[in-house]
Design a protein around this ligand. Structure first.
Ligand code: ADP
Ligand code: MG
Length: 359
């Protein structure tokens, strides 16, 4: 039946036991009697081979859709167009069971327009996909929420100013405009960060490597904070001897240091120490402060998107550390957080020396 006589190209045949397939497989005859069930299908449905083989499909595998409709009955292998062979994948469940993605193929004899001789049904675990979809939906709703709050404030202040302009003093107007200005900055920052997040998640982050003087970059970030009004003695830079030549992406190094130093200033307290040491194969950079630090049990969470601990009011987006981790990892490095000797938070990342792009 697979010969060249049915007009199809002969495909190379490789026999693999159905138990080796990653997806669940159920095969029935044209009357819906189960002929075979593989191991993955047993795992996904909880129905043993002994219980299934020889029985009717709708008796042992009563798949239902979300509206409770009987999938097998709706599938109706005998009915419908005689050319129909593909049954698209759908999320279904067994009574009391988890979600599985089910697709099927009606195998006809003869291949075109014949009676259904067998039905091959594949099953895939729905849990992982549902979780992914849920986390995407969560992301969309978080982003929408994050964008809405500054925009609500922008809209509120501009509408008030437009409606009652003459009634406000210059000073009141100035305060309102400053708020609008800050909120607009916040939206811009959020969007820039979201674009970084999307590049990290899709693996589209590109590195343009060059020789980077890490201590000099840290000095520059500190100078920026000082220019913005932070007292100079709040920062301490320690750079060890014999730092190897580091081939990194300079803008991304600035972004990593900028984020960690900003966090230490904003979420921490006291002196912020930036310590850069050689580890032979690369550099280890630690940014620590003397604030409250991060509880060890919360440490795994700080690198997640939108995680802000209890500092929701401090204006951050909760994306900073997620991006920092993505940037460090893109360089082949790792980042961890622990309690600093002085009691605050200590973020420590290591990056290998790297090689020029053309190497
Ligand atoms: N140096 C620090 N000291 C204490 N908590 C910190 C420090 N750095 C980060 N955190 C905590 O981790 C959270 C996530 O940081 P981040 O991803 O940079 O987001 P954001 O700074 O926008 O809030 C912060 O909201 C804060 O609760
Ligand atoms: Mg931050």
């Amino acid at each position: 039946m697979h010969g060249a006589d049915d007009g199809r190209e002969r495909t190379s045949v490789c026999v693999i036991p159905i138990d080796e397939l990653p997806d669940g497989l159920i095969v029935t005859d044209g009357f819906g009697r189960v002929l075979a069930v593989n191991r993955a299908a047993v795992r996904l449905t909880g129905v043993s081979v002994e219980r299934a083989v020889g029985k009717d499909m709708d008796e042992v595998f009563p798949f239902r859709d979300h509206d409770g409709r009987d999938w097998w009955k709706a599938l109706d292998p005998d009915g419908g167009l005689r050319t129909r062979s593909r049954v698209p994948e759908r999320p279904l469940h067994l009574p009391g069971g988890q979600e599985v993605y089910v697709a099927a193929r009606l195998i006809r004899e003869p291949a075109r327009g014949g009676d259904v001789a067998r039905v091959a049904i594949t099953l895939r675990d729905g849990g992982a996909r549902a979780r992914l979809e849920r986390s995407r939906a969560d992301l969309v709703s978080t982003v929408a929420h994050e964008l809405r709050s500054p925009l609500t404030s922008v809209k509120g202040f501009t509408a008030t100013l437009l409606a009652r302009w003459p009634r406000f003093t210059d000073e009141q107007k100035l305060v309102m405009l400053e708020t609008v200005n800050n909120d607009a900055d916040r939206v811009t920052r959020l969007i820039t960060e979201l674009l970084d997040v999307s590049r990290i998640e899709s693996g589209r982050l590109e590195l343009h490597r060059q020789v980077v003087d890490v201590p000099a970059r840290a000095r520059r970030v500190i100078a920026g904070r000082v220019a913005a009004g932070e007292p100079e003695d709040r920062f301490r830079l320690v750079a060890g001897p014999d730092l190897p030549e580091m081939w990194l992406d300079q803008d991304k190094v600035d972004q990593i240091l900028g984020n960690l130093i900003e966090n230490a200033v904003r979420h921490g307290r006291g002196t912020v120490t930036i310590d850069i040491q050689s580890v032979g194969w690369g550099a280890a950079v630690s940014v620590r402060d003397e604030g409250e630090g991060i509880e060890p049990e919360l440490a795994p969470r700080v690198f997640r998107q939108f995680w802000r601990g209890n500092s929701r009011r401090r204006g951050g987006t909760g994306l900073g550390l997620f991006i920092v981790k993505g940037l460090v990892e893109a360089h082949g490095g790792t980042i961890t957080v622990q309690r600093a000797p002085e009691g605050g938070a200590e973020f420590r990342f290591t990056v290998p020396t790297g090689t020029p792009d053309f190497a």
